[in-house]
Ligand binder design. Structure first.
Ligand SMILES: [Zn+2]
Ligand SMILES: [Zn+2]
Length: 184
């Protein structure tokens, strides 16, 4: 790659960059995530994780589960039914509902591989394609075989379900807004 080569994001990179931008607004003591729902190459909604509208932020003790995460009470991966935080992917799908945008046949871009809950909700909302940046793995002891199988079954229902990669050096150049003909 030469310095004069166009550094223009592909469509997939473009929407993932928007998901990364959404992530900057995340207010959750857990992992920060951003998501974008796209239909016909147009963004119809965005989301990031945090407490519901009108509730104290997660960083302001708004979520009991998050405030006590990784403690004996709530080890990693446990007690999510007690977590008040809405996930980025959920928020993106719910924002579409809130403003009357159909998610049928849409593509979901997320900065992280959707969790079990988000995956089933995305499927039920008619999301057809999922692209995500970061992967995660269930911790040993939490890899319940039935859940793993059900996650795989859900995942197989999407037309595409892929991990995307933007190498760090490319991400830096994209964000710097470099373009062809820098001597102009
Ligand atoms: Zn939280
Ligand atoms: Zn989720």
């Amino acid at each position: 790659m030469t310095d004069r080569e166009t550094v223009r994001p592909s469509k997939q990179e473009y929407f993932l960059l928007l998901a990364l931008a959404a992530r900057t607004r995340a207010d959750c003591l857990g992992r920060r995530v951003g998501a974008v729902v796209v239909r016909d190459d147009r963004v119809i909604s965005t989301g990031y994780n945090g407490t519901p509208i009108g509730m104290p932020n997660c960083s302001e003790d708004g979520c009991h589960r998050c405030a006590n995460r990784d403690t004996d009470a709530y080890p990693a991966g446990r007690g999510y039914d007690l977590c008040i935080c809405v996930h980025a992917e959920q928020n993106a799908v719910l924002a579409a509902a809130r403003f009357g945008q159909s998610t049928l046949g849409a593509t979901l871009y997320s900065t992280m591989r959707p969790c079990f809950g988000c995956l089933k909700e995305a499927l039920q909302a008619g999301i057809a394609v999922v692209h995500y940046l970061e992967d995660w793995h269930v911790s040993p002891g939490d890899d319940d075989a039935a859940l793993v199988a059900q996650y795989a079954a859900l995942r197989s229902r999407f037309q595409q379900f892929t991990q995307a990669r933007i190498p760090d050096h490319r991400l830096a150049r994209l964000l710097a807004g470099e373009r062809v003909g820098t001597d102009e």
